[in-house]
Design a protein around this ligand. Structure first.
Ligand code: ADP
Ligand code: ZN
Ligand code: ZN
Length: 801
């Protein structure tokens, strides 16, 4: 009898997208469980790679051809049977590799680090190579620059035995261990009598131990904080008075204490929603709910009380929020309710912290998980409810492989666990709202704000009629309102969805616009860094003093970003304390929390930022919200442009007047009659939904059609275009008559990072042949990837950009 493990190896190609069989050596085979990471030899050179056991089989037949598992990376399986199944489904539906799906589910540190180490066994004849690979010196190959010819030579030398190559797989996932000393002394007098009278350091240590009535001390604290001598500690350990041990220390993202907060008495609308969801939790049915509640209607309280029910039944809860909405405020509200049972996962955590939080979930210590997109894979095993707050948010779709939609993964897990899913939003996505219309989701409504507080009064300012405005950015009505609020010590949120100082540089003499050398996009001026930056590839260059084309001094900067807005505002209202919140000011760890803390404590008056200020913020003293330019999103060539604009305006307006004081909203626009702006002004989601649905129906867009976006990119525009047209022809021949192909067309920004992009949109209602056709394209993509041409398949893309 022998045991065989089926392993998915960390070699992302189609050929390796199925499990490989490996023998389990006798001393390791009892241990083997699906979901464990192992190290296995792979390929001709038996290079070692990470892999996941997905099945263990017992067989009596001799399996001479099989390779053997080299070792384990884990003591316990890191992936549950559920997640292994989910990865399989995800790989199929997102046209990606199983290994990518498996690794996506785990914290980054669990992707092993590989090293290839070469050692020369004899003095190499090639002089250059000899200097890079001296005799008997192990050299890590990735750390040295070898030409392709040299690499080929290395392989040859290896075959001749002149060189040995070893592969190493390093597990990067490690708990943080600290040294703890346990006091073993019961009789201090006896110990004191055994110390020499001149051993002052030891006496100090003894006195310290006696004085502190605790048994365990962190070694580092004794030495660094209490200033005791390390050698005294060592000698106490030697004499058995202190016992040394290694203890895991949690790299906790937050150790601060939270004041516990009890459940609030629900309004009748909230109660109706909570009752329906709780019933589904108790009955263990995987029913989807759409909780449509205006901003400030108390959706979060509904989430908290349904989570409470799940916990009472011994089940667990998963609450997902967009990254940006995962503010300290939201975290605090959940922790105040559920305390230490909560684990938080977001991109602000360091790798080690993420790993520790993940392990608290994996070993059952955390019952409630709050996190952004990737937390949908949290290894909870008794899920009782899954919540997606701000379900319409674009960040729920992963833009890289595997291109999953968090909502779909949540539904899959809910079916597995027989638990309900709650999608919450003030502005549900058209898809979700349409499904509620058809009865596929149960619609729950919270139509009013808590305490019957009115939604804020909204004024639309037509910027085409503001010729005499104080500046291009601040109209008279907005500036007046800002001054009023400052005078009455109320706070203001201003939205400008464009970062940097100026969006482009134009030469007045020759018309030259400074562009990114790698992308088809103009460079943005940033005063912070005093550079011109590309927001797509990260390219940076100095701010030119003269036109790079004709050397004229007549260069001007146009288009306004958050930096310039803050500067203008500071001159218009010098008394105001202004904070800027955008990607540039929140990059540093903790800086976002700091900006919000100051605003919360009213140390700043105005928060001016990009769309990251639109979500989740709940500050009672904010009574004015201003949108400096509502048109930035409307201009985009995308079928969701109106929906996104309506969402953003509604969300940001929702920041005003959340407590007793009434709120006011001012929207500046060059398109005052656009329906997205009109309906946002009236807080009228229903009318927007009907209007937009009519347009989508007419033009055949989601939710009336499903879509797939195919993007081809290559270093040459010709190659990309050719392949895109070839794919179109093939698809045309294979797909159903009712399926519509749009394109190929160059992508709106046709070149990014020196590569040219062409895209093709497939619109379909039902097409039994589509999946096979796309799988075929996936195979083709794999074959041609060596030539530098790439194909990306994006099912249900969030935009056509
Ligand atoms: P939403 O998530 O819908 O925007 P929130 O959950 O943030 O709304 O609620 C808005 C405010 O109302 C919060 O300050 C919250 O504490 C408060 N709140 C919610 N429900 C109740 C309730 N039943 N009674 C009193 N206050 C409530
Ligand atoms: Zn010029
Ligand atoms: Zn660029």
């Amino acid at each position: 009898m022998m045991k065989v493990a089926e392993v998915i190896v960390d070699v992302p190609t189609l050929q390796t997208n199925t499990p490989y069989s490996y023998l389990l050596p006798a001393d390791l085979c009892d241990h083997a469980t699906p979901g464990m990471r192992v190290v296995v030899p792979f390929g001709k050179g038996d290079r070692l790679v990470e892999g996941f056991i997905i099945k263990v089989k017992v067989t009596s037949m001799a399996q001479p051809a099989l390779k053997t598992v080299s070792g384990y990376l884990d003591e316990e399986p890191v992936l549950t049977p559920e997640l292994l199944k989910l990865a399989n489904w995800m790989a199929k539906t997102t046209f990606s590799f199983q290994i990518s799906c498996l690794l996506t589910m785990l914290p980054n540190v669990m992707k092993a680090k590989y090293q290839t180490i070469a050692t020369a066994n004899q003095v190499l004849t090639d002089e250059k190579l000899r200097s890079k690979l001296p005799l008997q010196v192990p050299v890590e190959l990735t750390k040295v620059d070898f030409s392709p010819a040299e690499r080929r030579k290395i392989q040859k030398l290896r075959q001749q035995g002149a060189l040995t190559i070893k592969y190493q797989v390093h597990n990067q996932a490690r708990a943080k261990l600290i040294t703890v000393l346990e006091n073993q002394i019961t009789d201090f007098t006896t110990v004191a009598s055994q110390l020499r009278s001149n051993a002052t350091e030891q006496q100090k240590l003894l006195a310290y131990l006696k004085q502190h009535q605790q048994t365990r001390f962190v070694q580092q604290n004794l030495v660094q904080t209490a200033g005791l001598s390390r050698s005294a500690v060592q000698s106490f350990v030697k004499r058995g008075w202190l016992k040394k041990m290694m203890v895991e220390q949690r790299r906790a993202p937050e150790l601060q204490q939270y004041v516990r907060d009890a459940a609030k008495k629900l309004t009748s609308d909230q109660q109706r929603a909570v009752t329906a969801i709780q019933a589904a939790i108790t009955a263990e049915v995987s029913r989807p709910f759409l909780l449509e509640g205006v901003t400030g209607s108390g959706k979060t309280e509904v989430y908290l009380q349904t989570i409470q029910r799940a916990l009472e039944l011994g089940k667990q809860a998963l609450m997902l929020v967009p990254e940006i909405a995962l503010t300290p405020q939201m975290v605090r509200r959940v922790k105040q309710r559920f305390g230490t049972q909560v684990a938080i996962i977001h991109s602000g955590l360091a790798n080690g912290e993420k790993y520790d939080e993940w392990r608290r979930i994996r070993n059952g210590a955390a019952q409630v998980v709050v996190g952004a997109r990737s937390a949908v894979f949290a290894p909870l095993q008794r899920l009782g409810i899954i919540i997606l707050d701000e379900e319409h948010d674009a960040s729920y779709k992963q833009e890289d492989n595997p291109r999953y939609q968090t909502r779909s993964v949540a539904f899959w897990r809910a079916r597995y666990h027989h638990c309900p899913v709650v999608l919450g939003s003030a502005t549900p996505s058209l898809e979700s709202r349409a499904r509620a219309e058809k009865g596929r989701y149960q619609l729950l409504r919270l139509p009013t704000r808590i305490n019957q507080q009115k939604l804020p009064q909204t004024q639309v300012v037509d910027m085409t009629k503001q010729a005499a405005a104080p500046t291009e950015l601040f109209s008279e009505p907005l500036l007046t309102a800002i001054k009023e609020k400052l005078a009455s010590h109320e706070q203001i949120v201003l939205l400008l969805n464009r970062r940097g100082f100026s969006s482009f540089m134009l030469c007045r003499d020759c018309g030259y616009v400074l562009q990114c050398p790698n992308c088809d996009i103009s460079l943005t001026m940033h005063l912070d860094t005093k550079t011109m930056k590309c927001h797509y590839c990260g390219y940076e260059t100095q701010i030119p003093k003269t036109c790079p084309n004709c050397h004229s001094h007549q260069i001007r900067y146009f288009g306004t970003g958050t930096e310039k807005a803050v500067q203008q505002l500071a001159t218009l209202v010098p008394q105001a304390r202004i904070a800027r919140m955008d990607v540039d000011t929140t990059k540093k760890k903790g800086s976002l929390a700091e900006i919000l803390r100051k605003f919360g404590q009213q140390q700043t008056d105005i928060l001016l930022g990009t769309q990251m200020i639109a979500k989740g913020l709940d500050f009672p003293n904010v009574t004015l919200v201003g949108v400096l330019n509502a048109d930035t999103g409307l201009e985009l060539p995308d079928f969701r442009a109106s929906e996104r604009t309506f969402e953003l305006l509604t969300q940001v307006a929702g920041r005003a007047g959340r407590a007793e004081k009434p709120g006011q909203v001012i929207i500046q626009t060059y398109n005052p009659d656009h329906y997205a702006i009109r309906y946002a002004q009236q807080h009228d989601y229903e009318s927007f939904f009907r209007h937009e649905m009519r347009l989508r129906h007419l033009s055949g867009y989601p939710p009336y059609y499903f879509t797939v976006k195919l993007t081809v990119n290559a270093p040459q525009a010709r190659e990309a275009a050719q392949l895109a047209f070839q794919l179109q022809e093939e698809l045309q021949a294979q797909l159903a008559k009712t399926t519509i192909l749009l394109g190929p067309t160059p992508r709106p920004i046709a070149r990014i990072n020196k590569r040219y992009y062409y895209q093709l949109i497939i619109k379909y209602k039902q097409d039994p042949k589509l999946h096979a056709s796309l799988e075929h394209i996936q195979q083709h993509a794999q074959q041609i990837s060596r030539t530098g041409v790439q194909i990306a398949i994006d099912p249900d893309p969030i935009s056509f950009m």
